[in-house]
Write a protein that binds this ligand. Structure first.
Ligand code: BDP
Length: 712
């Protein structure tokens, strides 16, 4: 009996200890809550937040969107302070008031005219002697975004008693593109299976869809393409439309429209027509009927995303028609319903010279030929989501056509989800790139009406395959909303919401993130090199590959290294891709001296002894960059180790394990590339250089038959 009682006591003590170790929410920290964790703040901060959010005042009856905003505020304040605000009819001291022009208190001047359909303002003020906060917007969607902004302010330590913020998105459409297949595999996905459980939909609507919607709404993402651009026609059949409609019902209150990738040959595949020719009346009638059917199921359907005549996908060129003919066909069908077409410019013909010139060559001449509800979607660079690319020459070159910028959030070419690479600086670099297409110059951000990000989301508990990859989802959304934000500021607020508000740790982690992108450029593709990755899966280095079916799939095609030098000559003596840029850029990029060194080998083929700004030869500089990348990862590991006391053990251990993988793979990249380029240059390694660990043959022999992300 005594033993039994002792055993019970011991078990109770162990259980109590285990419970004490759990975070206050009673759940372990596994990343599921992303940046919406709402964990208890330090006591003083709790008091400050609670003082400004004792009650909530809002219009009744509340729309589903307003209900979502109120629910989020309750949840957030309760989590951060331990007290849930009550809904009040009249403002009391410390009230948070969600107001529109119809419900705003008389006599309070607010910038309604500047807020548009999505913007919001946050204002601290005194109303009849009571200190209150207004979350003001013209629409309930604006109130939802404003509520998330208030919660962000609360979590990042803003002075909630003196708020005066206003924000309106500059780019109208901010979309995720899921490359998710109907069998739940995800092309270029490194975070588990697709979150869209097509098999069980529409009967089972996973609670995860609501959390997905909350996370996206907190960033202002207002559209999502559910299926892969390499689309199956079945996604447009009635059963799949019912499934998509069920998802749309969950996302709607959060201001997110559902879009679908459409397969151009669907009239043949599904409709039994002999052709998908865009000028054929029966084909036009088929798409019109299909659009009508879709809008019956999803009244606010966003539209179609289309990959046509690219990498084997069917398209209008199969019938001797242009991309404009194809896009306009779908636009005509969607137009009565207010839908749009995102037509991708990622094309490259099988038999041409410079792959980087294809998109521009095919699309620029079509400027002015697209229907008004067509948006041409252009990847950030002219090749393919590389660690660094110059901005795509189409930006600014199609003034009569709305353009979308396509970014890749999933890190297909940047180490999958095991490398810590914060993409904020990459996004910032392209958004701020000055195309010099307008008289005074205009940035890419100013040239686009939509921004799309290829999602990195899957069924992993941490959503994105690693904790830090969620920062890329976050940065995409924040910068799509406001391209003037700095990537570094975005990293800082993400760290504060995701990991810790301890100032030292926030500084260290923000610094770690800020330089992580440059590290991957250095250890994979420095100085403008590109596409040196392994065949198909794109994992690891393979600069030697030279035997693929198409010339422009081979890394050797892109780096052109030989005894004489390295790099792709895209000047007038070579492919003359520089001529696709504005004259000012074309002139600059034609000469190595005036080409940014980070783009040097993208545009120039140069001898190994070319003198670099550092005073080193190109050969020595190349190796120095590879070394710098490897060294930078070692620093990142040290930075992460230094914040250990501030991070919960589970997430700390997971990130540390991934950083160890990254360190090993950065070394592998560096060693394999140095070994290979030395075999081609025939030059000795500069004095003091560490020789590669293994032979070139050993690197060439590596195989990765089961690398993730190939999709179905
Ligand atoms: C490439 C990917 C491929 C995509 C293609 C695209 O490797 O999986 O289908 O882009 O964007 O980078 O269509």
């Amino acid at each position: 009996m005594k033993n039994w009682a002792q055993g019970l006591r011991a078990r109770c003590a162990a259980l109590c200890l285990a419970l004490a170790l759990l975070p206050a929410h009673g759940t372990t920290e596994d990343g599921y809550d992303v940046w919406l964790r709402y964990r208890p703040l330090p006591a003083a901060a709790q008091a400050r937040v609670w003082a400004q959010a004792r009650s909530l005042v809002h219009a009744e009856p509340a729309s589903p969107t307003l209900q979502a905003a109120v629910a989020e505020l309750k949840r957030g304040v309760a989590g951060l302070t331990g007290h849930e605000p009550k809904v009040a009819r009249q403002p009391t001291a410390g009230a948070l008031m969600l107001v529109t022009p119809a419900t705003a208190p008389a006599g309070v001047a607010l910038p309604w005219g500047e807020l548009g359909a999505e913007g919001y303002a946050l204002r601290s003020l005194t109303l009849q002697g009571r200190a209150v906060t207004l979350i003001a917007a013209c629409t309930d969607r604006g109130l939802l975004y404003g509520s998330f902004a208030w919660l962000r302010a609360a979590q990042t330590g803003a002075d909630l008693a003196a708020l005066n913020q206003q924000s309106t998105p500059k780019v109208a459409l901010r979309l995720l593109n899921h490359w998710d297949n109907l069998d739940r595999t995800v092309e270029r996905g490194y975070a588990g299976a697709s979150i869209w459980d097509w098999w069980k939909l529409p009967d089972l609507v996973d609670a995860r869809y609501t959390d997905y919607a909350r996370a996206n709404a907190s960033l202002g993402v207002n559209g999502t393409v559910l299926n892969n651009v390499n689309a199956k026609a079945e996604s447009l059949t009635a059963p799949f439309l019912a499934k998509a409609a069920a998802v749309a019902n969950v996302l709607r209150p959060y201001g997110i429209k559902v879009w679908l990738s459409a397969r151009f040959s669907a009239p043949k595949d599904l409709g039994g027509l002999p052709t998908a020719d865009p000028l054929d009346p029966a084909v036009r009638a088929w798409w019109k009927a299909k659009a009508d059917e879709i809008y019956r199921a999803i009244p606010d359907f966003g539209g179609f995303l289309v990959k046509a005549n690219s990498e084997g996908q069917p398209g209008p060129q199969d019938y001797g028609r242009t991309h404009a003919d194809g896009a306009n066909l779908l636009a005509e069908a969607l137009r009565p319903h207010g839908g749009q077409v995102m037509w991708r410019a990622f094309v490259y013909a099988p038999d041409t010279g410079d792959r980087a010139m294809q998109g521009y060559a095919e699309f620029q001449p079509l400027d002015g030929r697209f229907a008004p509800n067509v948006i041409v979607q252009v990847k950030n660079g002219a090749v393919d989501f590389q660690p660094r690319e110059p901005f795509h020459p189409l930006f600014g070159a199609m003034p009569k056509t709305p353009l979308a910028l396509e970014l890749q959030i999933t890190k297909e070419y940047l180490g999958f989800s095991t490398h810590l690479v914060y993409l904020g600086p990459l996004f910032e670099e392209v958004l701020r790139a000055d195309t010099r297409r307008q008289p005074q110059g205009a940035t890419v951000a100013q040239q686009v009406t939509a921004i799309a990000g290829v999602a990195n989301i899957g069924t992993d508990r941490s959503w994105c395959g690693s904790q830090f990859d969620c920062a890329n989802w976050y940065a995409f959304g924040r910068l799509a909303w406001d391209a003037d934000l700095s990537a570094e500021a975005v990293a800082r607020e993400w760290v504060q919401q995701t990991f810790t508000t301890a100032p030292g740790a926030v500084r260290t982690l923000t610094a770690l993130m800020a330089t992580s992108r440059e590290a991957v450029v250095d250890y994979m593709t420095p100085l403008g090199l590109h596409h040196l990755m392994g065949t198909g899966h794109h994992h690891g280095p393979a600069p030697w590959v030279n035997d693929l079916e198409r010339a422009d799939w081979n890394p050797t095609y892109f780096h052109r290294a030989g005894r004489d030098g390295i790099g792709f000559d895209r000047t007038p003596t070579g492919s003359n891709a520089v001529a696709q840029y504005a004259p000012e850029w074309a002139a600059r990029l034609s000469r190595p001296e005036s080409t940014p060194e980070d783009w040097l080998l993208w545009f120039h083929h140069l001898p190994w002894d070319h003198r670099m700004a550092s005073g080193r030869t190109l050969w020595a500089e190349l190796i120095a960059r590879y070394d710098r990348g490897e060294a930078r990862v070692a620093e990142m590991r040290a930075q992460w180790a230094a914040v250990r006391a501030d991070i919960d053990p589970a997430r700390h251990a997971e990130v540390a394990a991934y950083l160890a993988v990254q360190a090993a793979e950065a070394r592998w990249w560096r060693d394999a590339c140095v070994a290979y380029f030395q075999s081609v240059s025939g030059l000795p390694l500069p004095a003091g250089t560490r020789p590669p660990e293994r032979t070139l043959q050993a690197y060439k022999a590596l195989r990765f038959n089961f690398a993730p992300g190939r999709g179905g």
